[in-house]
Design a protein around this ligand. Structure first.
Ligand code: SF4
Ligand code: SF4
Length: 304
């Protein structure tokens, strides 16, 4: 049974147990945009979705909160990304999805910024060639690369230096999946993976969604490879090295908002708290926290 048919059957007989959990239906008050509504529509639309169905498929940030409350762990985002691919094949995609594919064709990513030029402004780091590599990622590069510089500096301070991944590893390609182009995603992933070499690699990511895409959706990396989020990598280094005594915590209080893809996608909730606890005097929790975290709404190519 394929993913969509199984997901649809699970939803069909379900009294919408995850209905309250979806940030999109919560914000729009639309039953059609509940996880149940979107999966049911994907099943009903079959291979020829109308443009209005494509708009419904777009109403998912990929936050995985519905999966958290689904007794069957139904993977609704995966179903909806597949439904978006059906829209692309049927000629009824959202213009934004076509735009993503065209940008990847021209530049190898979907950003407006020259990511390679930004990448070249960052010192490659001082890790060993065979050690952990920081995958730059299009989001951090689009913002000027400051987060990458900071991650390299913190890793160095903790005695676990990172090297930037090769220049060709700018973007994992996740947006192609989100835009309904799974074949193009596989082509992109295969090319970037090939440029990382044939030996096992240790890849560290700033964006948890990218780490999960590489872990779960890329062609398999060589046996012995490791993929993890930067907080996981740095917290492990912190546990080994500790913080120098001359660096007392900053006298501030911060609240940590768990990103969906980190807490639910990668099941990582302790590492960021361990890092913050070493840096500031107080770490507070929002009302929705850990695996129940709220979605910020920025992902999944949700229309703005
Ligand atoms: S995703 Fe799970 S909880 Fe939500 S409607 Fe479908 S079967 Fe029910
Ligand atoms: S993954 Fe998040 S946005 Fe998508 S249907 Fe589930 S709860 Fe809604």
């Amino acid at each position: 049974m394929n993913d969509l048919r199984r997901a649809a059957e699970l939803c069909e007989f379900c009294p919408k147990m995850c209905r309250f959990s979806c940030p999109v239906s919560e914000a729009t008050f639309r039953e059609a945009l509940s996880p149940w509504g979107k999966v049911s529509l994907a099943a009903l639309a079959g291979g020829s979705p109308e443009p209005s169905a494509s708009e419904a498929f777009a109403g998912c940030t990929g936050c995985l909160r519905c999966q958290q409350y689904c007794a069957h762990a139904n993977d609704v985002p995966r179903v909806l990304y597949a439904a978006r691919a059906t829209s692309v094949r049927a000629g009824t995609p959202l213009p934004a999805w076509t735009d993503v594919a065209e940008r990847f064709r021209v530049a190898g990513h979907a950003k407006d910024v020259d990511l390679l030029a930004v990448r070249r402004t960052i010192s490659a780091g001082d890790g060993q060639p065979a050690g952990a590599m920081l995958f730059a990622g299009c989001d951090a590069l689009e913002r000027g690369g400051e987060l990458l510089r900071a991650a390299l500096a913190v890793a160095r301070e903790l005695g676990a230096p990172l090297a930037l991944a090769p220049e060709t590893a700018l973007c994992c390609g996740l947006e192609l999946l989100e835009a309904g182009h799974p074949e193009r995603f596989t082509e992109h992933a295969t090319r970037v993976r090939g440029e990382l070499g044939a030996a096992p690699v240790h890849l560290v990511f700033l964006t948890p969604g990218c780490a999960r895409a590489v872990r779960e959706r890329w062609p398999a990396l060589p046996s012995g490879s490791r993929i993890e989020h930067v907080t996981t990598y740095l917290a492990r280094a912190l546990a080994t090295a500790g913080i120098a005594a001359e660096r007392p915590p900053l006298p501030i209080s911060v609240a940590w908002h768990d990103p969906c893809e980190l807490s639910r996608g990668l099941a990582e909730t302790t590492a960021p708290r361990a890092l913050l606890a070493a840096c500031v005097e107080e770490v507070r929790e929002p009302i929705r926290t850990g695996v129940d975290t709220s979605c910020c709404g920025a992902a999944g190519l949700l229309p703005r």
